[in-house]
Design a protein around this ligand. Structure first.
Ligand code: CP
Length: 307
């Protein structure tokens, strides 16, 4: 593939190749010299129109570990603040010789437009409420490394599905890789027909307590209060009571089950500190795996070592 814009861009073979390559990249991270020469002479531009901690830093670390030149572009402090369009910004980056553009944007679909304007590869690092495919890949990598497989896993994705690009990309990718996804949350935060529209076989349940005893993975989503008004749920306390993962609920999970969260977390809202910091939580591991997965994505898109 030339671009990575959506979880739907990946068939099972390509996704598995990325995960297997990420495992090789993880071995590099454990070495004394963490760098590979694979992308020497190539330029990766990180184009971030929206705030990010994990994704921006891990793409930068990934590109540097592959010896690429990295240009970090933040909309704040750039000519975007003077009204420059995405297209003109893209053409400027193109003129500077970007081989890959990693883009985060508040507008759903922005990476797709960008892909029409630049010659290099475009990687979607999160667009609006639409998709975040490298997050889904690092989540799948984490599940596979903790639980040994993806096919046949039962994964509950819990909370603010309506606003979650992480949920959308996970449903697409996990379904492709043979996992069974159940979306869980209040009806106001699970769009009608989203499950069937994204991937046939995806289930919906409004009762968290009913699904916990039978899942292998519970993935908590950040409640995106900035995108909501009070009609979505009555109060933060009521939300936490019905859909928050606390210690008592965690103890109802099967012994082997893991707890995931893409971050950033609202501690005390969708997840309590006791759960977030427990041995079942893979939250920090997900961040570490993100670097290896993004190394794999850049390596494969840019044809590392002209493979
Ligand atoms: N998970 C995630 O995308 O985090 P950031 O917003 O910090 O990049």
């Amino acid at each position: 593939i030339r671009h990575l814009l959506s979880g739907a861009d990946l068939d099972a073979g390509t996704a598995t190749e990325i995960l297997d390559t990420a495992a090789e990249m993880a071995a590099v991270a454990g070495r004394e010299v963490k760098k590979l020469p694979a992308l020497r002479g190539r330029t990766v531009v990180n184009l971030f129109y929206e705030d990010s901690t994990r994704t921006r830093i891990s793409f930068e670390a990934a590109a540097k570990r592959l010896s690429a030149d990295v240009i970090n572009f933040s909309a704040k402090g750039s000519s975007v603040a003077k009204g420059e369009s995405l297209k003109d910004t893209a053409l400027t980056l193109q003129a500077m010789g970007a081989d890959a553009v990693v883009v985060r944007h508040s507008a759903s679909g922005a990476p797709h437009r960008l892909a029409d304007w630049v010659d290099g590869s475009v990687v979607n690092a999160g667009d609006g409420t639409h998709e975040h495919p490298t997050q889904a890949l690092l989540d799948a990598y984490t599940m596979r490394s903790r639980l040994g497989r993806l096919a046949g896993l039962s994964v509950a994705v819990v909370g603010d599905v309506l606003h979650s690009r992480v949920a959308r990309s996970n449903v697409l990718l996990l379904s492709t890789l043979g996992a069974k996804v159940t979306l869980v949350g209040p009806p106001t935060l699970i769009p009608v027909d989203i499950a069937a529209a994204l991937a046939p076989g995806t289930a919906v349940c409004y009762d968290l307590d009913a699904v916990l005893p039978s899942v292998d993975v519970v993935m908590m989503l950040r409640v995106q209060r900035e995108r909501m008004n009070d009609s979505y749920f009555p109060s933060a306390r009521e939300y936490a009571r019905r859909y928050g993962l606390d210690g008592a609920r965690m103890r109802r999970l099967p012994e082997h089950a893991i707890v995931m969260h893409p971050g950033p977390m609202n501690r005390g809202m969708e997840i309590t500190p006791e759960v977030a910091d427990s041995p079942r939580s893979t939250i920090v591991e997900q961040v570490a795996n993100g670097v290896s997965v993004r190394m794999a994505v850049l390596y494969l898109l840019l044809g590392g070592n002209n493979r």
